[in-house]
Design a protein around this ligand. Structure first.
Ligand SMILES: [Zn+2]
Length: 442
């Protein structure tokens, strides 16, 4: 007997052929997808403890957000419409220095988890500070996640002495690896312009010693490219390559200012890219050459970036934006077709994080991370091509049910793992203290 049987769905498997099954069913046992098929008419459905009629809704893999800074939800909308440097140095870094502590990162991570799960994102790849403090919060919310401890050569929350940044990241990796099947530790270097050569190589070595993902913001702005060129005599991606940091366990975030030779370097090394189009647009950073990445065979995941620079964690908007941004930028409506963009937000994102053996598509043997989108509404009717609706018409609020690892975390648009009213009230209290300047660390 199966634990859960979902039937009567339009199942977008995101398998190798991008198979879409009308009137499809998914059977789950012990957290694993055992069967995905389209039952013949009159076929007796197998027995299951729980049977969910998807009512014609679109069933697809849970979305994978390849780049987040979860606790930054507490700064959503605090400062907008500024250049990256000014935004970071005059607003974000001071706000973090004043208000980020173990309690606020837990609150921010919980808020982020609620937002993501309600919007159908079941996995995220995060980079921040005090990660150990919110690791259990993300696990308890029911998310699947890769959480990277931040490394930067400045005093940071939880790491007042930057000389101890690598030691702190190593201690986090040592404590958390293998501690939760759904949540894995990682190491996140902020960028090549905020970390020295020594820090970068030591952080990558720490990630390699523990066989963890190494994440880094790179080539985000033209200014960064100039700065690294002036300091090191080569562009950011070449610089990381020269330091030996590029391989299949390296996730390059943004990669906007890269030339075609750097695309080849990334492809040859097998490094992966997290593409964050809305953040790049909002901060006027530029347009990453994603069509070139894809034609070079580079694995690209889709990320929202932190809430202070997007300002949401909604991958539906991100898919829509990614598809349209590259079309207008290349003046070619055929680039980034809907199916390719759904792949970015599911299986390619999973591959970018090294999780594609476990998640990212609805195929037998994978963990049961899936969502059901309510298609029974005017905005999503009729349905000709499921991928088209997912990219160009659906929104986070259309997600009706969410399952992670075989367990429902959202049913009928209600989150089951936390008290949202209490969470929102705590977020309001924190915002009041940020605005009034209370709660500042001296
Ligand atoms: Zn970021």
């Amino acid at each position: 007997m199966f634990d859960t049987l979902i039937h009567n769905g339009l199942v977008v498997t995101v398998d190798a052929d991008f198979s879409v099954l009308s009137g499809g069913a998914v059977a789950i046992r012990a957290g694993v997808i055992e069967k995905v098929w389209a039952p013949a008419e009159g076929e007796q459905l197998p027995a299951a403890r729980e049977i969910l009629d998807a009512a014609g809704g679109i069933v697809l893999p849970g979305l994978v957000n390849a780049h987040t800074h979860l606790p930054m939800t507490v700064f959503r909308g605090l400062a907008d419409d500024l250049p990256l440097r000014e935004w970071l140095e005059q607003h974000i870094f001071p706000a973090e220095a004043a208000h980020i502590n173990p309690d606020t990162v837990r609150l921010g991570a919980q808020l982020a988890s609620a937002e993501m799960l309600l919007g159908g994102t079941t996995t995220c790849c995060d980079g921040y500070f005090l990660v150990d403090a919110f690791f259990d919060t993300v696990a308890a919310a029911g998310m699947r996640a890769v959480l990277g401890q931040g490394v930067i050569d400045f005093p940071a929350p939880g790491v007042p002495d930057p000389a101890r940044n690598i030691e702190t990241a190593r201690a986090f990796a040592e404590k958390r690896r293998g501690s939760c099947a759904r949540v894995q530790p990682a190491i996140f270097c902020h960028s090549p312009y905020t970390c020295s050569e020594r820090t970068l190589t030591a952080a990558k070595k720490a990630a390699d010693d523990y066989r963890l993902l190494f994440q880094i913001h790179v080539a985000e702005t033209a200014g960064e490219r100039e700065q690294i060129l002036a300091a090191h005599g080569c562009t950011p991606v070449r610089y990381l390559s020269r330091l030996g940091l590029l391989d299949a366990r390296t996730l390059l975030v943004h990669a906007v200012w890269v030339d075609l030779e750097e695309v080849e370097i990334i492809a040859r090394c097998g490094a992966r890219v997290a593409h964050c189009p809305e953040s790049n647009m909002k901060l006027a950073s530029g347009v990453a050459p994603v069509p070139d990445f894809l034609s070079a065979g580079i694995t690209v995941g889709l990320g929202t970036d932190g809430c202070a620079s997007n300002n949401d964690l909604d991958l539906w908007g991100e898919m829509d934006t990614a598809a349209k941004l590259h079309k207008v930028h290349r003046m070619d409506p055929t680039v980034m077709d809907a199916a390719a963009v759904v792949r970015l937000a599911t299986i390619d994102g999973a591959r970018a994080l090294g999780l594609d053996d476990a998640i990212g598509s609805l195929v037998p043997g994978k963990r049961a991370d899936l969502i059901v989108v309510d298609a029974h509404q005017p905005r999503l009717s009729p349905v000709y091509h499921a991928a088209s609706h997912l990219v160009y018409a659906a929104r986070g609020g259309d997600v009706r049910h969410v399952m992670v690892d075989g367990r429902w975390v959202v049913r009928e648009k209600r989150i089951l793992t936390m008290d949202v009213d209490d969470l929102l009230q705590r977020a309001r209290f924190l915002a009041d203290s940020i605005v009034s300047g209370k709660g500042r660390r001296s």
